[in-house]
Design a protein around this ligand. Structure first.
Ligand code: NAD
Ligand code: UDX
Length: 344
């Protein structure tokens, strides 16, 4: 009997697909072979670091390097348990794996809006391809969905059962609606084919290795403060976000993958800040002399965002450990090194 999805447990009546015969091949010795799509990006590369710590894991990364870089993975290139493949997930992929962390997708608004048709293709066709792979080889697949599925939310904080307030024809829709369609595909493959799925709804995440010119707010303010350039608060400045440090995020994602609950589950830090408060915090911590300026915003910017993480706490035993004022100094060190600007 199909179960209600509200507790995040298995819904499908179908048994999960069998692993591919190649998985039993003589030379396949790893306990777990794990594919990370988008593994050369910010969150993906931190996830790879964690997965590689387990000597029983083999990790395969596929990435088209649109917003990611080989540099993020340089410590693993050449490692016998690691493989890096230049590949675009909008094309089919044939590998034999047990787990798929499906992250491939530009995440910063300036990059996902750059070629919106490509973004929606990545979300829809890319997810379809990865689900096809999961079905063929009997792998469990985790999708990194987003808090953006809630759009400009009218419910605050956001719980997983809120269906959202999304503009279907706006400049952010390629991403928001793309991720919503990706979630739909995940559930349909689960119901129809028994594929083992996990859906994480990730809230704003920050940390070392973000692109210096990423465009997202924490990396912008940090780079600006270090360079002694004005912090660009987009109007009105009262809009809020909740920021999760990347190591907490990785802990949440791996717990979700290896736990019993399919989700969607919010993974984020409930500490909520307005962009003006964030600018003041960065100013105080990094460069008390820097100026704060206001600039025009872009259309459909969500006015408030904060995760309700009751489900993550109860079902995964997870909650974030690092507060914003603890995470910023960890990121500052990495940014100063890459910018070549030391503290005065
Ligand atoms: N960082 C956040 O705050 C956040 C919040 C919500 C959801 N997410 C999701 O988490 C995932 C990772 O985000 P991130 O912050 O690490 O972003 P990122 O841009 O650093 O990483 C995305 C990676 O995917 C790769 N990629 C993009 N399109 C691809 C394609 N068609 N084929 C193969 N590779 C492709 C990029 O080159 C990059 O390496 C994304 O799916 C994003 O939507 C992130
Ligand atoms: O320089 C800047 C950049 C951004 N901002 C503001 O900061 C807020 C956050 O903007 P970001 O670009 O960092 O990220 P957003 O929250 O809009 O979207 C993000 O949300 C979740 C993920 O799926 C993605 O990583 C991304 O879409 C917005 O209100 C924006 O207007 C500034 O005030 N100044």
């Amino acid at each position: 009997m199909a179960k209600d999805a509200s507790n995040g447990s298995r819904v499908s009546t179908k048994p999960p697909p069998e692993p591919s015969p190649l998985r039993r091949a003589k030379f396949f010795q790893a306990n777990m072979r794990i594919l990370v799509t988008g593994g050369a990006g910010f969150i993906g590369s931190h996830l790879v670091d964690k997965l590689m710590q387990n000597e029983k894991n083999e990790v395969i990364v596929v990435d088209n390097y649109f917003t990611g870089s080989k540099d993020n993975l340089r410590q693993w290139i050449g490692h016998p348990r690691f493989e890096l493949i230049r590949h675009d997930v909008t094309k089919p992929l044939f590998v034999e794996v047990d787990r798929i962390y499906h992250l491939a997708c530009p995440a910063s608004p300036i990059f996902y809006k750059y070629n919106p048709v490509k973004t929606i293709k990545t979300n829809v066709i890319g997810t379809l391809n990865m689900l096809g792979l999961a079905k063929r080889v009997g792998a469990r697949i985790l999708l990194t969905s987003t808090s953006e599925v809630y759009g400009d939310p009218l419910v605050h904080p956001q719980t997983e059962d809120y269906w959202g307030n999304v503009n279907p024809i706006g400049v952010r829709s390629c991403y928001d609606e793309g991720k919503r369609a990706a979630e739909t595909l995940m559930y349909d493959y689960h119901r129809l084919h028994g594929v083992e799925i996990r859906i994480a709804r990730i809230f704003n995440t920050y940390g070392p290795r973000m692109n210096l010119d990423d465009g997202r707010v924490v990396s912008n303010f940090l780079a600006q403060a270090i360079r002694d350039e004005p912090l660009t608060v987009q109007l009105p400045g009262t809009q809020t976000r909740s920021f999760c440090y990347v190591s907490d995020m990785i802990d949440g994602l791996t717990r979700l993958m290896e736990g019993d609950h399919i989700g969607p589950i919010n993974i984020g830090n409930p500490g909520e800040f307005s962009m003006l408060e964030l600018a003041e915090t960065v100013k105080e911590m990094i460069n008390p002399n820097v100026k704060i300026t206001t600039v025009e915003n872009t259309p459909d910017d969500p006015r408030q965002r904060k995760p309700d993480i009751t489900k993550a706490k109860e079902l995964l035993g997870w909650e974030p450990k690092i507060k914003l004022n603890g995470g910023i100094p960890l990121m500052e060190e990495d940014f100063r090194k890459r910018l070549g600007i030391s503290r005065k």
